[in-house]
Ligand binder design. Structure first.
Ligand code: FES
Ligand code: FES
Length: 170
């Protein structure tokens, strides 16, 4: 029998404590243990970015980390961005500017864009392209994604954001 370990994390503003197998990937913890299936698995090998979430303030590919590595930290997924039925500016911009077609890459694109616009709110189109260069989209040709992120950058501060980054008490 595999020994299980206990982890405490803050997920989209809520403290969560779970016993998990030490080898469990963060993406499988998010999808399987927490039921947050907005985070997708594309390649399972760190290439596509579909699994991108925020760990603390950083965008990470959650298929490349163990859930145990998130212990004591905060995790923000796509489900944590909207406020009730009010979409986050990035979600709204992706809808308004046709930033998605099949939508498989979208959660990852939005999470990496969120991370990037927080540190570079005035990003130009080239910088946005560079920021999302680790995320693959097979549908859009990327122009509408860049349009969406550029549009969102004008509205990011209109909505007070409470992306929880506090450390979880151990
Ligand atoms: S599923 Fe994680 S990078 Fe593709
Ligand atoms: S919208 Fe289909 S992969 Fe990006």
């Amino acid at each position: 029998m595999v020994n299980r370990i206990k982890i405490k994390v803050n997920v989209n503003g809520k403290d969560v404590e779970k016993e998990i197998e030490p080898r469990l990937l963060l993406v499988d913890f998010i999808r399987g243990e927490l039921g947050l299936t907005g985070t997708h698995v594309g390649c399972d090998s760190s290439n596509c970015g579909a699994c991108t979430v925020l760990l603390g303030n950083k965008a990470v590919k959650s298929c490349t980390l163990l859930a145990a590595q998130a212990n004591g930290n905060s995790i923000t997924t796509i489900e944590g961005l909207s406020k009730g039925d009010k979409l986050h500016p990035l979600q709204k911009a992706f809808l308004d500017k046709d930033g998605l077609q099949c939508g498989y890459c979208t959660a990852g694109m939005i999470m990496v864009a969120h991370w990037y616009l927080k540190k570079n709110p005035d990003a130009n189109r080239d910088e946005i392209r560079e920021a999302i260069s680790g995320n693959i989209c097979r549908c859009t040709g990327y122009d509408s994604i860049v349009d969406s992120i550029e549009e969102a950058s004008k509205h990011m501060n209109e909505q007070e954001e409470e992306i929880v980054t506090r450390q979880v008490k151990q």
